[in-house]
Design a binder for this molecule. Sequence first.
Ligand code: ATP
Length: 211
Amino acid sequence: MIGIFGGTFDPIHFGHLRPAFEVFQDLGCEELRWIPSGQPPHRHSPNASIEHRLNMLRLALQGMKDVTIDECEIHRSGPSYMVDTLSSLRQRYPDSSLALILGTDAFNGLPGWHRWQELLPLAHIIVCSRPGVDLPEAGELSALLAGARVDDISRLQQSKHGLIYIHPVTALPISATRIREICAQGYSPRFLLPAKVCDYIEQHGLYRQEV
Ligand code: ATP
């Protein structure tokens, strides 16, 4: 199974790293692919350039086994839609289980994503519980959960797509927004993200201006 973790990573922090790593370990993924978005369609433009976001991702993941940074969304023109990313991964890996890893806030926002109903036919969805965000109890997503949710990890390996699994992860209430605010106020975000990423932010004076 290939774990797929997409995000703006502006900057990458322990709230991304630890939950994604727990899913990777606990689900026995053979690979964890990090996919930084080029042009996120659902939010304001990233604050740091793609070069800086990529460099920080590389520093954070340096030396990790079975971890890849996939630059496909950066090299594709137009908005970075996850459905396009999963379609191209499905073509490249026709025989693998694909597992799209999302925080609960991202999962709850799925109905706003471009062609979101086409995601499950391409991959499983793994939801990492994010502190302070509950799963939907009504509406389209709760219907989707009712039809596709499984509690047994082994089911994920037995099929290549189509299931939703809720994975409890260590709660780390860290957000990139808060890190940018800390930097803009002239403070250091140290210990909310890897030391090398913190050094990089300080060396390049990132996030000093705007949040
Ligand atoms: P921002 O504050 O700029 O919106 P963010 O910290 O939420 O950024 P993103 O790059 O937007 O980070 O998120 C990428 C993915 O990581 C999403 O699926 C999101 O739900 C998940 N995620 C981010 N922070 C956490 C966290 N603290 N715990 C669990 N999941 C998280």
